[in-house]
Design a protein around this ligand. Structure first.
Ligand SMILES: *Cc1c(COP(=O)(O)O)cnc(C)c1O
Length: 412
């Protein structure tokens, strides 16, 4: 349909007007036509507390009455300063500097710029990045370049030169670590003077098909990168804030990445924002007398007080209500249900933390699934060969059963 709104990732000819969400409460979306849907995917993985959470609503209202926005040039604001402190406290040791921007893609762009300029400031012109097979890091130009998705970014492939992807050791534990490390080693030996950084979605690749891989690979990769002065960049836009069973996926590893990006669940689906964190070593290369060494990036909404107040309240609730315990329960329930789901169309089942995915052999095998789920009161949207759930952590046992029941019935 030739609608006025041009929807993202959508072949518009295939699409009727999207249904309109009028309200949302808890984990339920209320559509204009009266339909109610349990949101099994947290609105693209960010609404971790569900919708209309009274405490977060109030935190935003309080902040709204103080100041809703102020520029970050020359002046700052209390929620941004407090959020930086909090993020430094809860992220792995050594990430002591926080740059705020307004979306995951921009947060990754900033990380990539940081990495290139880190080397530039030290007199080296390194400009390439190594990434992983099936990587997804966003839809802006440089993030597309480090992504590995012909379906998303095919029209722009010819713009990117010399892209290098390493196949991570899929599965956890995996017996493929040596192969992956050897591949990385070869790349580093051949191109180390050009490689600025190695960017990964740690442990769990999201848009590339919810693929889980062995963190021991990252431990060994980090040592190789360190020796070659290649920065290790963790894109935790999807994995951050509990999704993999720990607060950050980095906690499954035995080192601190040089740069880490947070977004999506950072602001719990209320207001777009991102944080790019860096170690002292990275920060120090920008620090000095020359303006030319400064990080020249400045999103208009950097450190927006409403977004930062939201993030602070979200983290407070996450800690206070011991969400990590609930995430373990969700993981157990998904595992239990997945054990009972078996069908010849199923190629793989993957569960990590509060994420469960089923991969089929061909995308047509999921045709009609979205409507099937909607008719049963569940919002779940497969793409390519994957159908998945990444529920809000506040999902009730009954709601989770309902979601898992839809999968059982479809594959039944
Ligand atoms: C969603 C996502 C991004 C991009 O975030 P946007 O806010 O959509 O720009 C980047 N990296 C990963 C791993 C993501 O899942």
């Amino acid at each position: 349909m030739r609608t006025k709104v041009w929807y993202p990732y959508q072949q518009m000819q295939k699409q009727e007007q999207f249904p309109i969400v009028q309200e949302a409460h808890g984990c339920t979306l209320h559509l204009e036509n009266g339909t109610q849907l349990v949101d099994a995917v947290s609105s693209w993985w960010c609404v971790i507390h569900g919708y209309n959470h009274p405490e977060i609503n109030n935190a935003i209202k309080d902040q709204l009455d103080k100041v809703s926005h102020v520029m970050m040039g020359g002046i700052s604001n209390a929620p941004a300063e407090a959020l930086a402190d909090k993020l430094i406290e809860i992220t792995p040791d050594g990430l002591n500097h926080v740059f705020f921007s307004d979306s995951g893609s921009v947060g990754v762009e900033v990380a990539l710029k940081m990495a290139i300029q880190y080397h530039h400031n030290k007199g080296k012109d390194k400009k390439h990045f190594i990434a992983l097979n099936k990587a997804y890091h966003g839809d802006t130009f440089k993030t597309m370049e480090v992504g590995d998705d012909p379906c998303y970014h095919g029209a722009f492939k010819h713009l990117f030169d010399s892209r290098t992807y390493i196949k991570p050791p899929y599965g956890w534990p995996s017996d493929q670590i040596t192969q992956s490390i050897d591949q990385l080693k070869n790349q580093i030996t051949e191109h180390k003077d050009q490689i600025a950084g190695f960017i990964v979605e740690p442990l769990l690749q999201g848009a590339g098909g919810f693929r889980i891989y062995d963190p021991e690979f990252l431990n060994q990769a980090y040592q190789l990168c360190k020796e070659a002065d290649i920065l290790m960049i963790f894109d935790e836009v999807a994995t951050g804030f509990g999704r993999t069973g720990k607060l950050f996926a980095a906690e499954h590893c035995n080192f601190t990445p040089d740069i880490m990006i947070l977004s999506k669940a950072l602001t719990a689906g209320y207001i777009g924002h991102a944080a790019t964190l860096a170690t002292d070593t990275v920060f120090e290369s920008f620090y000095g007398k020359s303006d030319a060494n400064a990080l020249m990036h400045g999103p208009t909404f950097s450190g927006n007080p409403l977004a930062c107040a939201t993030a602070l309240k979200s983290i407070e609730i996450f800690e206070r209500d011991q969400y990590l315990d609930r995430i373990t329960e969700i993981e157990t329930k998904i595992n239990k249900a997945f054990d009972t789901i078996n069908h010849p169309n199923i190629k793989a089942k993957r569960v990590l933390g509060a994420c469960g995915a089923i991969e089929v052999f061909e995308d047509v095998q999921l045709k009609g699934f979205q409507n099937f789920a909607m008719e049963r009161g569940v919002w779940m949207r497969p793409f390519e060969e994957y159908v998945y759930l990444m529920p809000p952590y506040l999902i009730s046992d009954e709601e989770l059963e309902k979601v898992l029941g839809v999968l059982k019935e479809w594959f039944g």
